[in-house]
Ligand binder design. Structure first.
Ligand code: ZN
Length: 188
């Protein structure tokens, strides 16, 4: 089922996700719906907050993306085949290394793309849908997506990572989007 994506201005995007305590049928169904929703919007990642559920859960799929990335498990490079879409439950990003600056967008901010500085390589640890804890190292676009999505789970948005000049140049559009969202919600 394709879910509605929450837009900037909705307070849930600023809500830290609750830890997922058990991988039950609801969690599995939500993961399936999030993957379908991400694909239907041609996104590379989607956090549970973005579909109105403040949990520690995100999905990522960079397989079809036209920007470079790499993934390593137990010291060996892997292609992502059979691993993506990734469902990351209670994920933690650590060991940031290096730096990459590149265009970044967000499904909760339609049509807004801005250069964002991120670590080039990170370690990601998470629980999968089988309830197993696993970890990998990644670079490039996958590292960017992991940092962006795990930020969402903590109520942090990519606009918080923009330099002040970029954010200022987008302020009119951000205000409009926020107003639009709030008027849909019926709040001021
Ligand atoms: Zn996002």
């Amino acid at each position: 089922m394709i879910l509605e994506i929450v837009k900037y201005g909705h307070p849930i995007l600023r809500t830290r996700g609750k830890k997922v305590e058990s991988i039950n049928d609801d969690v599995k169904a939500l993961a399936t719906d999030m993957i379908e929703t991400m694909r239907s919007s041609a996104g590379v990642g989607l956090a549970s907050q973005q579909v109105g559920k403040p949990l520690q859960m995100t999905v990522i799929d960079v397989m079809g993306a036209d920007r470079p990335w790499a993934m390593e498990i137990d010291g060996k490079p892997v292609t992502g085949e059979g691993l993506m879409p990734l469902v990351l439950i209670n994920p933690v990003v650590t060991e940031p290394q290096g730096e990459q600056i590149g265009g970044e967008g967000c499904l909760s901010f339609p049509e807004i793309v801005a250069d964002i500085k991120r670590a080039d390589r990170v370690r990601v640890e998470a629980t999968n849908l089988k309830g197993e804890r696993f970890h990998f190292y990644c670079t490039g676009l996958l590292a960017r997506a992991a940092q962006h999505e795990v930020d969402h789970l903590n109520g942090i948005l990519f606009i918080d990572r923009m330099d002040s000049a970029t954010k200022a140049s987008l302020s009119g559009r951000l205000k409009r989007l926020q107003k639009e969202t709030k008027s849909k919600l019926g709040v001021r």
